[in-house]
Design a protein. Structure first.
Length: 204
């Protein structure tokens, strides 16, 4: 994909963020329990670095795109305006919208639990909610937030509340799904599209 984009004249910025296999096993394992934090920070810093180093890149027309885990990260970015507003559009290819519900429907039963510290969604639902994009589609009403935190015994509740206050999807998005992707069921993409449409955000 990178070569296809660059051949059309696009500048491509691809970050080897925490969790990749670029810098040894410890670096790969570092996202266990942190899959929505460390890579997200790497992407923020990497984007800023690239835009400063290569001034010919038109930052006002930047797009963020990713597939599978990258699709999850696009949805995560969408709910965090400090990052999302840096992009003119977002492209989510087979990305999770609701990480906890996805863990009940995917055919891949290992990495979901591994990435949250080897918990099932019924043993510790809180760890699935800490970096769950569906909680950041819009500012969560206080009553809903209180009900949700009843399940969050094992998680840093103060952090979750402070993040959710600033959540709000605003940027246009293209959603790509595949009916034969059994890792990330297509209903996750349909849910993303529905949320965008109901919020009046341009989306296809």
């Amino acid at each position: 994909n990178f070569q296809s984009f660059s051949s059309q004249g696009y500048a491509v910025i691809a970050i080897n963020f925490h969790g990749s296999d670029s810098y040894g096993q410890n670096f790969t394992d570092s996202i266990i329990g942190e899959y929505g934090s460390l890579p997200y920070e790497d992407l923020k810093l990497g984007l800023s670095y690239a835009l400063n180093k290569f001034p010919y890149i038109n930052a006002s027309r930047a797009a963020a795109l990713g597939a599978s885990y990258g699709g999850f990260m696009v949805n995560w970015i969408a709910g965090h305006p400090e990052m999302s507003v840096r992009f003119k559009t977002l492209i989510c290819h087979n990305g999770a919208l609701d990480t906890r519900s996805k863990s009940y429907s995917t055919d891949e039963l290992w990495f979901n639990e591994h990435d949250v510290g080897n918990y099932t969604p019924w043993d510790n639902p809180a760890v699935y909610e800490e970096f769950n994009p569906v909680n950041h589609v819009a500012n969560t009403p206080t009553s809903i937030g209180r009900a949700l935190t009843l399940h969050m015994i094992h998680v840093r509740i103060e952090n979750i509340r402070s993040i959710r206050i600033n959540s709000n999807w605003t940027q246009p998005m293209l959603i790509i799904v595949g009916a034969h992707d059994y890792r990330i069921p297509e209903t996750q993409g349909i849910g993303t599209f529905t949320a965008l449409q109901r919020r009046g955000i341009p989306s296809r």
